[in-house]
Design a protein around this ligand. Structure first.
Ligand code: NAP
Length: 338
């Protein structure tokens, strides 16, 4: 068993990580870390449980530690980072330099040419980029929570036809903004165009994932991102220009035939992609939890009069789009480096 610590353990993604690490077959949770506001308090005091289901009673009386390598027990090998971007930028290399494997949810290093951006069932070969990193340990990232369903829907189509252009719209759940996240005033009785750099991320992250290591795929993306009043699950609409202008039936066949790459991982679901044939799906309430939150649901694959073909893809943002994505990358690292 590898020892793991969670950085940002008191946040929305941190709590998901704690929940997913219980009884994990490869990892044993050893430490919970957060800011100075939380360090020294019990986990129950610092992070009252906010997720559905059982409380995290098994860690309730653990003391939250500072986010420093010296604050970790000696038997920690991997740190799963759910830190905000600026904190991740400053702290993650410090942990990597201390010889730890850092598996990060944050956006800080996703576009760093030394750092792989991995969905383990799509581009596990990008792990090779860690071989030339300057740190004693390693740094691996997972994509933005909307880039995950987008890249997973595009992967079979890029392999079968080649993606040339994508126009993307998102309907993103409130949990995507962390806790406490967006203000109630912005979210209740409203939809909230994303004020951050989410749209830019959707223009570069799928390309890094679907290209070769160090050579991103060349297609262009234009994205509009909107936060809506749902709890979990980001819905993505993509209108696609694919090489050869395949029919919706050919696109469906490529999606159906897709075989996940890399080793079998404990966190990887079956099926990886679920194809819904209902006109009213995918929908966050009904589809976000599929496959324990790790399956991406795709539906409404239809002819697009402007771009050629269009579809919806949906993923649970704090599971497949964050905690589960990091956990699966840590599993990939552990199984590949054995
Ligand atoms: N939510 C999602 O759906 C999602 C999806 C993909 C990626 N992400 C990324 O995952 C990361 C975490 O997101 P989240 O939604 O979990 O955010 P969050 O709920 O705001 O949690 C932030 C965590 O970081 C800790 N933290 C803040 N400042 C710190 C500091 N100076 N030193 C050490 N720890 C500090 C907080 O600890 P305290 O409680 O002590 O303040 C808390 O544990 C972000 O980079 C986000 O962009 C989130």
């Amino acid at each position: 068993m590898a020892g793991v610590a969670v950085l940002g353990a008191t946040g929305m993604v941190g709590q998901r990580l704690v929940a997913m690490l219980r009884d994990h077959p490869l990892f044993e949770l050893k430490a919970l870390c957060a800011s100075d506001r939380s360090a020294g308090r019990t986990y129950a005091e610092a992070a009252p449980w906010r997720l559905e289901g059982e409380d995290a009673d098994w860690v309730a009386d653990w003391r939250v530690r500072e986010c420093r390598p010296e604050a970790l027990p000696d038997d920690v090998d991997i740190v799963l980072s759910a830190l905000p971007t600026n904190e991740a930028k400053a702290m993650e290399p410090v942990f990597a330099e201390a010889g730890l494997v850092v598996v990060s949810n944050a956006g800080a290093y996703r576009q760093d040419p030394r750092v792989p951006l991995i969905i383990p069932e799509i581009n596990p070969d990008h792990l090779v980029m860690t071989a030339t990193q300057p740190w004693a340990g390693a740094l691996i990232t997972n994509p933005n929570c909307c880039a995950v369903p987008l890249a997973m829907a595009l992967a079979p189509l890029h392999a079968a036809f080649g993606v040339e252009a994508a126009c993307v719209s998102t309907w993103q759940a409130v949990s995507g903004a962390g806790y406490p996240g967006e203000s109630a005033w912005d979210m209740v009785g409203n939809v909230h165009p994303h004020p951050g750099d989410e749209e830019d991320k959707l223009g570069v992250e799928p390309q890094k994932i679907l290209g070769a290591p160090g050579a991103p795929a060349a297609f262009v993306t234009s994205a509009r991102c909107v936060r809506v009043n749902t709890a979990d699950g980001h819905l993505v609409s993509a209108q696609l220009h694919l090489r050869g202008n395949p029919s919706p039936e050919q696109v469906l066949e490529a999606l159906r035939d897709f075989t996940p790459r890399g080793p079998a991982l404990p966190s990887s679901p079956k099926p990886l992609l679920y194809l819904s044939d209902r006109r009213d799906r995918p929908a966050p309430r009904f589809d976000a939890g599929r496959g324990g939150g790790m399956t991406v649901t795709i539906g409404r694959v239809e002819r697009c009069a402007v771009m050629g073909v269009k579809l919806y893809a949906l993923a649970h943002n704090t599971v497949r789009g964050a905690a589960g994505a990091a956990l699966a990358n840590a599993e990939l690292w552990t199984l590949q480096s054995r």
